[in-house]
Design a protein around this ligand. Structure first.
Ligand SMILES: *Cc1c(COP(=O)(O)O)cnc(C)c1O
Length: 560
């Protein structure tokens, strides 16, 4: 068997649009990371959970209210059950864990195996059989049980599969942090746990890499120590100073940071924000990317094949998109746009027009992403359309089942759609997934992004858009601080191009309307200049904000 040196652990990995093993950005990034590793022949194996019921299938009622259903799917259609089973103790019960292997194949044929852990085995008690059913479901007890299976079970499964030469364990977010405890136990090699030394801790740190993904508090798992002792059992490591934190809580982020030799945020600003959040820790930044072969539409793939042969192997060469004529780029985009508009019309019967400037907004529906910022002043929006030219908008996105505010936001978008119906067509595509994501990011004319700074750690959908020649109109937050060259690669929402917009949403809405008006005018009055911006989105942003560049940085800074 091929030797694997890096193990990549993630609570979710978006591998295939038909496999519901992801919820959003974190999982999509994990999938793109694994694909880039396969393309670059990096000796990696990845571990996640299977999720027989997925995250959820989103249904939207007439008023936009979201209801959730379990996803029905058959793992055997995609992955192969591998032999070994391992045992993890949860609440004193031995839980058997099996794995499914999904091989991710790179452009030159190298594969990265992804192991999806599964407890739905006859040998297990009924409650344990459900532990790998639902992503981000139920309560803290369920979540911690899943994280024990991922962290502890994941390491044991890799060993059982023969992966004994792993040099680095990369924790993609804190959910897998308990793997550090398993590595600590391995370090003891049968010695009494009381004898853990600073050298043992240092040996674990050498092996671990941690990436934090969000400044949002809810994104950092914390569990009461009572619950940890109950589910995990007692462990000497709990008493180690500067390992477990804090007080009566297990904070998965601190555990991961304490036991990793390299920690990073996912964009330059997010590195800064994380250093302020976690004082005293050394936190670097590696800006996220997306995998071009996955997110570039067929039409643009053909265009790049014609003009930039080798772009799949060498994503930097997308820089040469500047040598493709603006009209060819515009024509190719129109094919993507037609595909989107036909889908939207077929799904919603809204009658969108191929010639009308189309905005896209699709992401997790939650307060800080402010999907309703555009509707702060509907009169202003109407007047922009009257003066500068018509627009239409495609929305999509799920709210976490427990995020009531997020669900209300979907209703607000629906309400705005009704209110503006005679002036602006607004469609909402249900059940946002990677397939819809590709269709939307490639097919709209402008990708709209209005987060509340500095909450957007990176954001990746704008990078997918850039690969397809779709410029962003975005608040300066996350990756856009690095990717925006005003009027060249897209447009910033805000007065000062080097400072994040104010945290005042009214003010941000003003900035949004001012800039939108200019961009709509440009689109209709100077189409050649607009096409030049499209070319620069590919050449300057597509060539850099990709997972190939990102993986090179992980290799150099974190892995070896
Ligand atoms: C890319 C993607 C995301 C992440 O988008 P952000 O811009 O980071 O919010 C979420 N969900 C799906 C389905 C995606 O394809």
């Amino acid at each position: 068997m091929e030797v694997r040196k890096i193990a990549y652990f993630s609570m979710e990995i978006g591998l295939n649009p038909a496999m519901p093993t992801y919820s959003g950005g974190l999982g999509v990034l994990a999938g793109d990371t694994v694909m880039a590793a396969a393309d670059m022949k990096i000796p990696m194996a990845a571990v996640t959970l299977l999720y027989r019921k997925g995250y959820f299938y989103q249904r939207l009622e007439k008023d936009g209210w979201q209801t959730e259903e379990p996803v029905e799917w058959s793992p055997e259609d995609f992955a192969v059950r591998v032999e070994p089973k391992i045992i993890v103790t949860v609440e004193g019960r031995p839980v058997k864990v099996a794995a499914w292997e999904y091989p991710v194949k790179g452009i030159a044929g190298h594969t990265v195996p992804v192991y999806l852990l599964d407890t739905d085995l006859e040998e297990n008690a009924p409650q344990d059989r459900h532990l790998t059913d639902t992503l981000y479901g139920w309560d803290a007890r369920y979540r911690l049980s899943q994280e024990i299976i991922l962290g502890i079970g994941g390491v044991r499964m890799l060993r059982a599969l023969g992966h004994t030469k792993i040099e680095r364990f990369h924790m993609n977010e804190g959910h897998a942090s308990l793997l550090t405890v398993e590595l600590l136990d391995e370090q003891l090699k049968g010695r009494q746990p009381e004898t853990i030394t600073a050298d043992d801790v240092a040996a674990v740190r050498r092996q671990c890499v941690f990436t934090t993904h969000t400044p949002v508090a809810a994104g950092h798992d914390k569990f009461p120590m009572d619950l940890v002792r109950q589910l995990f059992g007692p462990h000497e490591a709990f008493a180690l100073e500067n390992v477990f934190c804090c007080g009566n809580q297990l904070n998965m982020t601190y555990l991961a940071m304490n036991l990793s030799h390299y920690v990073n945020g996912v964009a330059k600003q997010h590195g800064e924000v994380s250093r302020a959040m976690f004082e005293g820790y050394k936190i670097d930044a590696i800006t996220n990317g997306v995998c071009p072969s996955r997110w570039t539409s067929e039409y643009f793939q053909q265009l790049f094949d014609k003009h930039i042969p080798g772009w799949r192997e060498d994503n930097f060469s997308l820089r040469y998109a500047l040598s493709i004529s603006a009209s060819e780029i515009a024509d190719t985009h129109r094919l993507n746009k037609r595909r989107l508009i036909e889908h939207v019309n077929q799904q919603t019967n809204i009658g969108m027009d191929l010639d009308v400037l189309t905005l896209g907004f699709a992401r997790r529906m939650t307060s800080y992403k402010r999907p309703d910022l555009l509707f702060t002043d509907c009169e202003r929006l109407r007047s922009i359309v009257r003066q500068a030219g018509p627009i239409q908008i495609v929305y999509s996105g799920k709210a976490h089942p427990k995020d009531t505010d997020g669900k209300e936001l979907i209703k607000k978008v629906f309400a705005a759609g009704r209110q503006l119906r005679s002036d602006i067509k607004i469609a909402y595509l249900p059940n946002y997934d990677m397939w819809t994501g590709q269709l939307l990011t490639a097919g709209v004319d402008i990708w709209l992004n209005t987060p509340q700074p500095p909450m957007e750690a990176s954001g990746t959908s704008g990078m997918k858009a850039a690969l397809n020649g779709v410029p962003s109109l975005s608040v300066l937050d996350g990756w856009w601080i690095e990717g925006c060259i005003e009027g060249v690669t897209g447009w910033a929402i805000g007065e000062d191009h080097h400072k994040p917009a104010q945290t005042d949403s009214k003010q941000d809405a003003e900035f949004l309307y001012d800039k939108l008006e200019k961009v709509v005018q440009l689109f209709y009055r100077e189409p050649e200049r607009f096409s030049t911006v499209m070319a620069h989105a590919i050449a300057l942003n597509g060539s850099f904000f990709n997972t190939q560049r990102m993986m090179q940085q992980y290799v150099v800074k974190a892995y070896f």
